[in-house]
Design a protein around this ligand. Structure first.
Ligand code: CAO
Length: 535
């Protein structure tokens, strides 16, 4: 029996199938408790998994690009006082090279191998469409490979039931690699999958078909993708940002292109175009949009002009910068401004704070805005939704995020089920989450699952701004400081009303201007008279 100690992924909140983006140790390394072992990257945060104890690394069970969840074994440590046998997780790990040769396949089982994919080798598997037990028909897509100029779906050569899968996402395969085993009910057979098909979802084509259809500019980018040494998540990011991977020098192990390389390249003006827009066929070979070349990022020796000091960006700033940049580049933002009359609500708020004085809870305008947001989201459900390919996923829960300014940068804690909570409860929870955020103690699950975000600069100042949508949400409400404004309903008599400036940014792929204007008007009406939430 093995004496090895399995090191597992700890509780990482609501996240699952999170890619491993960095491995900090290798077999034989001695680590101390709390030393970082691997880095995981969800769409919200990068998380380092620290060693739960000291020890010597015996084996690593994951590799870059592998997706892990709570409980996944990432490595084993040698048990103290003796050599250990291999950990069970490692033994169970699927491996293409360990797959039996075609001639050894049991009767009625066909081993399906990668077909001729041209000159390409070591092509990453980016999607697996089947699982063990699935029944497939000949020509059903079984896996998707990302190779030169295209994402290719490999179809099943025969009909049958999948009995084993010999690859996993991120594995690199070449012609002849075993993909899976198929019980066909016939004699043993080695089947080579039929020629790969262009993936319809990707909008890109196969080596031959799509290459002709691609514009000159896109073909150039696609060729860069083929040759680049980068994992699926990095490729996906590069596509989202319109970055040509072929132009990037990787800073990862063995020249691997990592997320930061793509972001740095895009920040430096290296993004060609948002993917949906593509690149005009007439665009110059050097990259550019609408025929205009993007200039390189200005490189200036600032010290020539005066004294400077260099301050590295905090980890949070780097993560939020990457998210904000992607969201700004990918989402077609429009911001609609409006204002709410909160004179009566402010009076009520002050009164309620007096009554709650002894409870220790202090209510600002933000919890009321959360309630108003839920009312508006219920009336306009497409604002409480996310895009999923060509479909809109409408959510029947109302978890509202709020931007919190912290010494380390912007964070967005989420208050769940705002519709079911009282205003004082929301205020209390908001205070607790804001404190955790400022102390750097917010857990991933306290930042996930949001359906709409409010960014309030009301405690600071300003009148209007353009908040950036927090993907995959489709809208965000920005609020600034309320001020007294003269209002008139007849142009003759004027009264002073406390006025709250609103700035709603919305994703124009999902929401139209008229709906946004209606959302703002309704949101403002609810704040003007909260009794409206009863209707
Ligand atoms: N108009 C006028 N006054 C306002 C107001 C508004 N819209 N919103 C808040 N205030 C007042 C509060 O009532 C409070 O006044 P008192 O000190 O007299 O009680 C004061 O401003 C400070 O409020 P607050 O900021 O502590 O509380 P909040 O609930 O409004 O906000 C939080 C909490 C965590 C959202 C906030 O502290 C914060 O971090 N805001 C920054 C968000 C941000 O950075 N957004 C930009 C994102 S894009 O980079």
């Amino acid at each position: 029996m093995s004496n090895a100690i399995d090191i597992k992924v700890p509780d990482i909140g609501d996240f699952s199938d999170v890619p491993v983006i960095e491995i900090f140790v290798k077999p034989g390394d001695t680590v101390k408790a709390e030393d970082p072992l691997v880095s995981l990257e969800s769409d919200k945060a990068t998380m380092e998994v620290p060693a739960p104890r000291g020890g010597v690394v015996e084996s690593i069970s994951v590799k870059l690009g592998d997706k892990v969840s709570e409980g996944s074994v990432i490595m084993t440590f040698k048990a103290e006082g003796g050599a250990a046998a291999p950990a069970p997780a490692e033994a169970a790990k699927p491996s293409v090279s360990a797959a039996p040769a075609a001639t050894n396949a049991p009767a009625g089982v066909a081993e399906v191998r990668v077909p001729d994919i041209g000159d390409f080798k070591d092509v990453p598997v980016i999607e697996i469409f089947v699982k063990v037990g699935d029944t497939v028909k000949a020509e059903d897509p079984i896996v998707s490979l990302e190779s030169d100029k295209a994402t290719m779906d490999v179809p099943a050569p025969l009909s049958g039931v999948v009995t084993a899968i010999g690859i996993k996402i991120g594995d690199k395969v070449s012609e002849g690699s075993v993909i899976l085993s198929l019980a066909t009910g016939d004699a043993p057979v080695a089947a080579t999958a039929t020629s790969p098909q262009p993936s319809p979802a990707s909008g890109r084509g196969s080596d031959t078909a799509a290459a002709a259809a691609l514009s000159a500019g896109n073909a150039e980018i696609e060729a860069g993708f083929a040759l680049a040494y980068a994992g699926p998540a990095v490729r996906k990011l590069a596509r989202e940002l319109g970055v040509d991977l072929g132009k990037i020098k990787g800073t990862g192990d063995h020249g691997r292109i990592v997320r930061a390389d793509v972001e740095a390249f895009a920040k430096g003006g290296g993004a060609a175009a948002a993917p949906a827009a593509g690149k005009a066929a007439a665009a110059p070979a050097g990259g550019g949009v609408g025929g205009i070349d993007l200039l390189p990022w200005p490189k200036v020796d600032f010290a020539k002009f005066g004294p400077t000091e260099r301050k590295e960006l905090s980890r949070i700033k780097k993560i939020s910068a990457a998210n904000l940049h992607r969201n700004w580049v990918v989402i077609p933002h429009v911001t609609t401004h409006d204002e709410a009359d909160i004179t009566d609500l402010e009076q009520f708020r002050v009164q309620m704070n007096k009554e709650l004085e002894k409870s220790g809870v202090k209510i600002s305008m933000l919890p009321f805005m959360m309630k108003a947001a839920v009312a508006a989201l219920k009336k306009f459900p497409e604002f409480n939704a996310s895009l999923d390919g060509d479909a809109l996923v409408l959510k029947n829960y109302w978890h509202i995020g709020f931007a919190a300014d912290t010494p380390n940068g912007l964070m967005v804690p989420v208050i769940r089920d705002v519709d079911k909570k009282s205003v004082p409860d929301i205020a209390k929870e908001m205070g607790e989450l804001a404190k955790l955020a400022r102390d750097g103690k917010l857990k991933p699950d306290q930042m996930s699952g949001g359906t709409f975000t409010i960014s309030s600069l009301g405690g600071i100042g300003g009148i209007y701004f353009t908040p950036i949508i927090n993907a995959p949400e489709v809208a965000i409400m920005g609020v600034c400081k309320s001020y007294w404004k003269q209002h008139s309903s007849d142009g003759k008599t004027y009264t002073s009303r406390l006025t709250l400036p609103l700035s709603l940014s919305w994703d124009h792929r999902v929401i139209d201007g008229a709906a946004a204007a209606r959302f703002n008007v309704y949101f403002a009406n609810v704040l003007a008279d909260l009794r409206r939430v009863l209707f």
